[in-house]
Design a protein around this ligand. Structure first.
Ligand code: MIC
Ligand code: SF4
Length: 645
């Protein structure tokens, strides 16, 4: 029986477990990446493990999220990350060098390798045939220390592409179509593998747009084969030597197959407030818009920017619209500056932002009240833009650029035939914004710089014998990590300070929650389906940990957040029968009798007593032996410390 490409790579990296679907496997991690909003915690955790140097083939620390320095906090965090990187053997990509995923693809990614990143869009690396997975900072810290990363051996979905995209229809429309079909829950427990004749018609930047936004499906990762197009991209990056051809076996067996004819696709958009709320440009119609933002790790490559510049050239941004553009990396920005396309953008009236996440994470450029904003990003969760009633539409760069000129939502096919956009033979390569780590011999002398904003990891405790606590919050379906631990320019600077950031936990849903949870001392959160979708931020588990949350009981979890809860020592439970959700209210006292003993004995179903109503329910928690030990120890940090001791 033939293997898919994803399985071939997993097979060469498995260190623990059996190659059996649905069971837990440990995989060796070749490369890691961190970004600054999750990186400070990751390096604090790495430091706490007491391992002197990273053991990976390549680890890179990026600064791209918290680049708006409206106080000392972010600048201090940059110094901390830079010095920790130097000491621990990590390459440091300085602020200004670009968005982690774009830069990693350009300069560090290698087909066939595994990459673990403390950012949910790490699967961008799948665009060059990597198994690239997003995880919490603590998992990345363990991987830096040479530990395996554990996943449930996923189902492999074959997305078979045929045909060729028509003029002005874009890679973004491909992934929006996949989201339309599968929804934000559709990828949980799956790897999405792209195959078929259509693959050959897509360049690496286009493939990377598609794998990047596979994160919004909830997928473990997404992957394209590594072929002559990958080689061509790596040649442009002067890295042809890292290329190998990689593809699935002819007779590979997949768990599911989806067919997409690229020739039939039309411009699409994810409408407010979910990446799977898909409509076509035609269905949306010519609605008036207020803002356009172009950039983010999904759509900020040179190819994207070339199309945008072409559409803007000689025109003026509509008087009722603000347009901002953030090229994804210094490499892209520098090439645009040299080839004159940057001038076309500036001339048209675009506000050029630094190469960073920027508005995608609410670091500036929040739209006006109830403003309609078209963005080439990957997430449009409620409030993420910084404007609670902002109406965010996710679109392709082509749709964004034309709409910015017209002042209304536009179908880029109006532009007629599309010229051929050819990437240059060679990209401009200058790694001067990447600082190399200290030599092993010198690393002991490197001092880690710690500003006053950097506070230690919150206190943990082994799992209690019996959990008995009030429900401090009850929420519905599809709660995102942006609900649990919002980002934005005001809150992101507190990422290294759990006591402070906890004051903002869940305020999007209920601004009294932090205070209430703190007063209760210990509590339980109840939620609906796909709880914790979105970001990899472990802060969405660390803030509840700090606020005394002992268990989260929901209909179902998103992958990364569930893992982060276990890592933080918070019990992730699912209702055996979803109707139990309706029988629990905020303020009810819930009890899980003898829970530690039950978990120790290997059980996966537990009795939940609602002391307030006197009802009983069954809740589930499938834990591998390793996860059981982590839960009992009080989280991954304690578990790792125990193991190392
Ligand atoms: C995001 O897009 O939500 C982020 C900010 O990149 C997060 C990481 C974080 O919260 O720091 C992610 O996607 O993992
Ligand atoms: Fe940055 Fe946005 Fe990409 Fe997250 S999704 S890494 S915030 S650009």
């Amino acid at each position: 029986m033939g293997l898919s490409l994803a399985e071939k790579i997993l097979k060469t990296h498995i260190t623990d477990g059996e190659f059996v679907k649905g069971t837990e496997i440990g995989i060796r991690i070749d490369q890691t990446l961190t970004q600054d909003a999750t990186g400070t915690m990751a390096y604090l955790e790495f430091e706490a493990m007491g391992i002197p140097r990273v053991k990976t083939e390549r680890s890179v620390a990026y600064v791209d999220h918290n680049t708006l320095q409206s106080g000392f906090e972010n600048a201090d965090d940059h110094l901390f990350i830079g010095s920790a990187a130097k000491k621990f053997g990590v390459y440091y990509s300085r602020p200004g060098n670009g968005i982690c995923h774009q830069v990693h693809l350009e300069r560090f990614g290698i087909p066939g390798k595994t990459l673990l990143g403390s950012d949910s869009h790490t699967p961008t690396g799948g665009g060059i045939g990597m198994i690239a997975i997003g995880a919490g900072g603590l998992d990345v810290a363990v991987a830096m220390g040479g530990g395996a990363y554990y996943i449930t051996y996923p189902k492999i979905v074959n997305v078979k592409l045929s045909g060729k995209l028509r003029s002005w229809v874009s890679a973004k429309d491909v992934i929006l179509e996949v989201l339309r079909r599968l929804t934000v829950k559709g990828g949980v427990g799956k790897i999405i593998e792209y195959t078929g004749e259509g693959v050959k018609t897509l360049s690496v930047p286009e493939r990377a747009t598609i794998t990047n936004m596979g994160a919004e499906l909830g997928a473990t990762t997404s992957i394209f084969p590594s072929d002559e197009i990958t080689l061509d991209f790596l040649k442009k990056e002067n890295r042809a030597e890292v290329w190998t051809e990689l593809k699935a076996d002819e007779d590979a067996v997949y768990d599911e197959t989806i067919e997409i004819n690229l020739s039939e696709l039309v411009p699409l958009s994810a409408c407010p407030h979910s990446p799977d709320n898909i409509k076509s440009a035609e269905e949306i119609g010519k609605i008036k818009i207020n803002q356009v933002c172009i950039g983010s790790c999904t759509n900020s490559s040179l190819l994207d920017m070339m199309k945008v510049a072409y559409i803007l050239k000689g025109k003026t941004v509509n008087p009722d619209v603000q347009l901002s553009i953030a090229p994804g990396s210094k490499q892209v920005l520098e090439m645009l500056a040299k080839n004159g396309l940057l001038a076309d953008m500036i001339d048209a009236g675009a506000r050029i932002l630094e190469s960073a996440c920027g508005p995608c994470i609410g670091m500036g450029q929040s739209p006006n009240s109830a403003g309609v904003s078209l963005r080439t990003f990957n997430r449009n969760f409620l409030g993420r833009s910084g404007t609670k009633d902002g109406q965010i539409y996710l679109v392709s760069p082509e749709t964004a650029a034309l709409s910015a000129i017209n002042g209304y939502f536009s179908d880029p096919r109006e532009l007629g035939d599309m010229p051929e956009f050819k990437l240059p033979e060679k990209f401009d390569i200058n790694d001067n914004m990447v600082t190399l780590p200290a030599n092993e011999a010198d690393s002991a002398d490197v001092e880690i710089l710690r500003g006053p904003n950097i506070k230690p990891y919150p206190k943990t405790a082994p799992l209690a014998e019996t959990i008995s606590a009030k429900v401090s919050l009850k929420v519905g379906d599809n709660i995102t990590t942006d609900h649990i631990m919002p980002a934005g320019a005001k809150i992101l600077p507190l990422r290294s300070n759990i006591p402070e950031i906890s004051k903002h936990c869940f305020v999007v849903c209920d601004d009294k929650f932090p205070e209430r949870a703190k007063t209760l001392g210990e509590s339980i959160i109840v939620g609906g389906a796909n709880y914790g979708q979105g970001s990899s931020r472990e802060h969405a588990a660390l803030a509840p940990l700090y606020l005394g949350v002992k268990a989260v009981i929901v209909k179902s979890f998103a992958r990364i957040h569930r893992a982060n809860l276990i890592n933080a020592g918070i019990l992730p439970l699912e209702f055996a029968d979803e109707t139990a959700f309706d029988k629990i209210s905020e303020g009810d006292v819930l009890e899980l009798p003898n829970i530690a003993e039950e978990i120790k004995s290997g059980k996966s179903e537990f009795n939940l007593v609602n002391k307030t109503t006197d009802e009983q329910f069954t809740v589930k928690c499938e834990l591998s032996i390793r996860n059981r030990e982590i839960m009992l120890a009080g989280g991954l940090l304690d578990y790792t410390r125990e193991k190392l001791a």
